[in-house]
Design a protein around this ligand. Structure first.
Ligand code: 13P
Length: 259
């Protein structure tokens, strides 16, 4: 079964309301011709509601960058899955390396969040990836496979179907550095990740789950990355902040996987 490519903008901690409005206004006409690709924008909580409103009736899915797996209660500063549903978010990033490294998220919390998002019908984009030290030490796969295994301690792959979850392989050393993994490195890690998914949900499941690459994607390298067999799209930081360059990436992803 062919997987539908996805191009996703992670705005990180950027964009005021007015900037979000201008961006969507500039983006929509530029991606009108992009067929066969899912487009998502992951916004801050303060602009998420506005983004949902602006993208209603368009192919763009509005998503959050994080949430907490409990539904309500004494968790000051947190936002729950029912709150994301309430505001109209269709997707959520889980376990971004910045959450893991700066805010101390663990494999355990990432697993719980992924499971809660799936049960709420919100598409989780679960991020995994190794640091430079881990790659240099030859432990890339140990790190990445451990992160993936932790997710399936909380989630029954046999029950959910491969379209209920997305993974993003984001090597930490390639994020915001301008240093992109080679297309072969991306394929190597993502191909192995897909193989591992088969252990949890069988071959059909593994063949359905979309796996994105993230880390210094830009219009100049998107085609080579998208050309890799197991790479189904991108999760983009810096190059997603301007509507024009994100539109190029969306159109690139649409063309890349056309048969
Ligand atoms: P950059 O595209 O800025 O490297 O960021 C990647 C990323 O972290 C997306 O989640």
């Amino acid at each position: 079964m062919a997987r539908r490519p996805m191009m996703a903008a992670n705005w990180k901690m950027n964009k005021l309301l007015g900037e979000a409005r201008d961006y969507v206004e500039q983006l929509l006409p530029r991606i009108e011709g992009a067929e066969g690709v899912d487009v998502a924008i992951f916004a801050t909580f303060t602009s998420l509601g506005e983004l949902v409103r602006l993208t209603q009736g368009t192919p763009v899915v509005a998503g959050a960058q994080n949430f907490y797996y409990e539904d309500s209660g004494a968790f000051t500063g947190e936002v729950s899955a029912p709150m994301l549903e309430d505001v109209g978010a269709g997707a959520v990033i889980v376990g971004h390396s910045e959450r893991r490294e700066i805010f101390g998220e663990t494999d355990e919390t990432v697993g719980r969040k992924a499971a809660r998002a799936v049960s709420a019908g919100i598409l989780p984009v679960v991020c995994v990836g190794e640091t430079k030290e881990e790659r240099d030490a030859g432990s890339m796969w140990e790190k990445v496979s451990g992160q993936v295994r932790a997710v399936f301690e909380h989630l029954d792959a046999g029950e959910i179907g491969g379209e209920a979850i997305v993974f993003a392989y984001e090597p930490v050393w390639a994020i915001g550095t301008g240093e992109t993994a080679t297309p072969e490195d991306a394929q190597d890690a993502i191909g192995r990740l897909r193989g591992l998914l088969g252990e949890f949900g069988g071959e059909d499941f593994a063949g359905e789950v979309r796996i994105l690459y993230g880390g210094s994607i830009k219009p100049g390298n998107v085609n080579d990355i998208m050309a890799q067999r197991d790479v189904d799209g991108g999760l983009v930081g810096g190059a997603s902040l301007e509507a024009e360059s994100f539109a190029e990436l969306v159109n690139g992803a649409s063309n890349a996987k056309e048969d």
